[in-house]
Design a protein around this ligand. Structure first.
Ligand SMILES: [Zn+2]
Length: 273
């Protein structure tokens, strides 16, 4: 669990800290961040949020007014640029466009949203719409790339799975189960395992993508996170599982964690927790 989604605060980032006794909430760069002790459950966290909601809403509103939060609020405009090893997405103004609409150009892994130079990024619903458009682009590339990578690893490590899908899940990178969702069919009838991957997995560096895919494939051997599960996974990762877990703390299932320094929330340093 690296984040959860809340109706008032959107995506809330979770930061585990072994010295934390309870939950500490902060608003940073327009996003709620909570420091929490290890091994606490999502339910405990959600209960705490419910108890503290009036206080948290006050904190949230106060933070929105503070100049530092405003300056660094997550925002999509001409400076937006998302870059990963598989795709880049950016926006470009075009003064000749007069109909107020965006065009999409794609060149292999490079997506550009070309829009009118005087476009109002603060217009009603504009930010949510742009985020959706960008997310859909990531989804389409993720669908083209991730299942193939999963099949490759599956063959390499002889870990068959029955079906894979790419979804817009937030707060988790992947899952593995034995139940099909509506509309899904088993591709390989010799394996009952269904793997779901979050489209945001595509944005991770390749070695962490591989970590996520192998994690889900390992569940076809062990449907739990027992020491046996970790031993098998760590073995396939050449002893780097712990390093991967540590690195994964820098990423969340949000496009804003993969954008350049000008607009992005980027990586949060842990030093003031
Ligand atoms: Zn797992």
């Amino acid at each position: 669990m690296t984040s959860i989604v809340d109706t008032d605060f959107g995506e809330i980032l979770l930061r585990e800290n072994s010295r934390a006794r309870g939950f500490t909430f902060r608003v940073r760069e327009g996003q709620m961040v909570v420091t929490l002790p290890p091994r606490c459950t999502e339910r405990e966290l959600r209960e705490s949020i419910e108890r503290m909601r009036p206080k948290l809403l006050k904190l949230w509103k106060k933070a929105a007014k503070s100049p530092t939060n405003q300056r660094q609020r997550r925002h999509i405009d001409w400076n937006f640029r998302l870059e990963s090893e598989d795709i880049t997405i950016d926006l470009q103004p075009d003064a000749t466009l007069r109909d107020g609409k965006f065009r999409l150009t794609k060149d292999r892994g490079h997506v550009t949203l070309v829009g009118p130079a005087d476009y109002d990024f603060d217009g009603e619903g504009v930010q949510a719409w742009l985020e959706k458009v960008i997310t859909e682009q990531i989804r389409s590339y993720a669908r083209g790339i991730l299942p193939a990578r999963l099949r490759e690893l599956s063959a390499q490590y002889n870990l068959p799975f029955g079906s894979v899908s790419v979804n817009a899940a937030r707060g988790r990178w992947g899952s593995c189960g034995i139940h099909l969702q509506r509309g899904e069919t088993l591709v390989d009838h010799t394996s009952p395992y269904v793997i779901h991957l979050s489209l945001f997995t595509l944005l991770l560096p390749h070695h962490l993508q591989r970590f996520i895919l192998l994690h889900e494939l390992t569940h076809t051997l062990e449907m739990n996170h027992s020491p046996r599960f970790h031993a098998k996974l760590d073995n396939m990762l050449g002893g780097t599982e712990k390093d991967c877990i540590r690195e994964m703390r820098h990423y969340t299932t949000s496009i804003f964690h993969f954008v350049g320094a000008e607009t992005g929330a980027g990586e949060s340093s842990e030093d003031d927790f």
